[in-house]
Design a protein around this ligand. Sequence first.
Ligand SMILES: Nc1ncnc2c1ncn2[C@@H]1O[C@H](COP(=O)(O)OP(=O)(O)O)[C@@H](O)[C@H]1O
Ligand SMILES: [Mg+2]
Length: 224
Amino acid sequence: MLYLRNLIYHPTACPTAILKSIDLELAPQQLGLIIGPSGSGKSTLLEILSGLAEPTSGGLFWREQELIPEQLQQLAGLVFQFPERHFCGSSILEELRLGHPELGSDRVKHALSEVGLEHLSLSTAPHALSGGQQRRLALAVQLIRQPNLLLLDEPTAGLDWSMRRQVINLLAKLKQDWTLLVVTHDAGDLLAIADRCWTLNHGELKSVDSKTLEVKVKEPLPTV
Ligand SMILES: Nc1ncnc2c1ncn2[C@@H]1O[C@H](COP(=O)(O)OP(=O)(O)O)[C@@H](O)[C@H]1O
Ligand SMILES: [Mg+2]
């Protein structure tokens, strides 16, 4: 279980806090979805949850234990927005083993099969993959470390309809084994697989019922 308690992020150079008194709870094997417009603080929150930035005040807890950034780096796996832009291996194998040369072929195969890419040759260049496959490889790069919490920044951004479907089906499958927190400015069909939902506006997080959001999204636009 992940808990955030009264978490505030207010860099001294900023006139107002970027994250304001965030409270959040996420149970194991659930998918939490945070929906907020551009600039609302979504990526900043994921940076804090993955131990890349330190909150100004408040606490992060995993089960009963309060965590410091170094522990969060171990616990969480962050998939950046447009993760394919950060690929630097020349092959799938190299990409998966970056920073973990000790990982054996069993772990490599397992990570690829979790994201449905086990049929590809390990020597394939990451840039030769389709957009949906690249997103799945970026997930495998995190899963191979077996983090307790998987964080995804705009996982469906820039994908066409069929590739969005691939990613959403994969996230629905992954939540059977992992705890996922997804942030997006465009919830769309991610709502259907979310167990918990929040909106984030100007750094303020509010819990919402995903069912009410779903209805709103599906309502046709009024015709004039
Ligand atoms: N280190 C920082 N110092 C000052 N401002 C920042 C810093 N990091 C992010 N911001 C600002 O915080 C706000 C939230 O940014 P971000 O988390 O990237 O939002 P989102 O991912 O929802 O688009 C933005 O207004 C951004 O300019
Ligand atoms: Mg962002």
